[in-house]
Design a protein around this ligand. Structure first.
Ligand SMILES: Nc1nc2c(ncn2[C@@H]2O[C@H](COP(=O)(O)OP(=O)(O)OP(=O)(O)O)[C@@H](O)[C@H]2O)c(=O)[nH]1
Ligand SMILES: [Mg+2]
Length: 317
């Protein structure tokens, strides 16, 4: 009834009560950059912060979705309410990888305790990563115990999404040498848990040794990054992975880093949003004749670029 509407007024209550359709609609709103979506997030935000956010990242095809599917099964056996958000910045919604994800996660589609969503559209305010963060907040507000984020890629634009996870799991497979190099070079941040999936592959042990040696070069952290091996397609190593994720969470909670991380991430998010808005506003002002004249002064070498920039910013006050 109430959930048939699409406004923040209609959706707030059912969303907070965990209604699936309300959650699905709410996410569509933020995905489409609909002001009702932002209003909804504004209203439910004080109720968020409860869910454990776990991010899975790694090169294409290493088995992230299969692994997540197995973890979902594991969590459901423990009656945890769970949401999965997979992010594919490259392909439009209807294409390959996402369809594949859906098939691999399809076992769970009829389970009311599991909510699965793929996002590929860019949204507009802060782009895809911003829309994703809003979607994760909505899932959290809907009472999910865990929100699992899947992002493809290493060291690209998705990094900011993964930064919002409390626990980051890097999934690799034997032969993902590039990722090991990226870790070594410091291009990629050290994750909290590393999984070498497809351990049925003969080069698994070599891969684990390589990763271990790369990690040993890094700083000594209070959390020792576990390197686990799994065979997701057969459900092997899943219990161990689930416990490693839980252990990490317990560790950062007891150490106080969970709050610290969230604080840092939320501050970055606010800054990021403000930056996007300001940039947009400045671009919109290029049509203003006064701004145009100012820029012309620079072209004519009567005003230097830095002074012009200050003048532009002064207008924002
Ligand atoms: N041999 C083997 N194959 C696996 C294993 N886990 C997953 N696969 C297969 O690897 C392929 C890719 O798995 P996905 O789970 O889609 O991988 P992904 O990392 O989510 O891929 P993208 O989302 O496209 O980046 C599928 O054909 C899986 O069936 C495993 O442990 N061993
Ligand atoms: Mg996938």
């Amino acid at each position: 009834m109430a959930a048939t509407g699409r406004s923040a007024d209609d959706l707030t209550e059912p969303l907070l009560a965990g209604d699936r359709r309300a959650l699905a609609r709410a996410i569509s709103l933020v995905e489409n950059d609909d002001p009702e979506g932002w209003e909804l997030v504004r209203r439910v935000y004080p109720k968020t912060g409860q869910a454990a956010i776990v991010g899975f990242t790694g090169p294409p095809g290493v088995g992230k979705s299969t692994l997540i599917g197995m973890l979902v099964k594991h969590a459901r056996e423990r009656e945890r309410d769970i949401a999965v958000l997979s992010i594919d910045p490259s392909s439009p919604f209807t294409k390959g990888a996402l369809l594949g994800d859906r098939i691999r996660l399809s076992d769970h589609f009829l389970d009311p305790g599991v909510f699965i969503r793929s996002m590929a559209s860019r949204g507009s305010l802060g782009g895809l990563s911003e829309a994703t963060l809003q979607a994760a907040l909505l899932m959290d507000a809907a009472g999910k115990d865990e929100v699992l984020l899947e992002t493809v890629g290493v060291g690209q634009g998705e990094v900011d999404i993964i930064d919002h996870a409390d626990t980051v799991v890097l999934v690799l497979m034997p032969g993902s040498g590039d990722s090991v190099q990226a870790l070594k070079a410091g291009v990629m941040e050290i994750p909290d848990v590393i999984v070498v999936n497809k351990k049925d592959h003969p080069l698994t042990d070599t891969m684990v040794r390589e990763i271990r040696s790369v990690l040993s070069l890094g700083p000594d952290l209070s959390w020792e990054v576990p390197i686990l091996t799994t065979e997701a397609s057969r459900g092997e190593g899943i219990t161990e992975l689930a416990s490693a994720i839980e252990d990490h969470r317990a560790h950062i909670k007891s150490e106080g880093t969970l709050e610290e991380r969230r604080r840092r991430n939320l501050r970055n998010e606010v800054l990021e949003l403000a930056t996007v808005r300001l940039r947009r506003k400045l671009h919109a002002e290029l049509d203003d004749p006064e701004v145009d004249a100012l820029l012309d002064e620079v072209v004519k070498r009567r005003l230097d670029p830095a002074t012009a920039a200050s003048k532009l910013l002064d207008r924002e006050r």
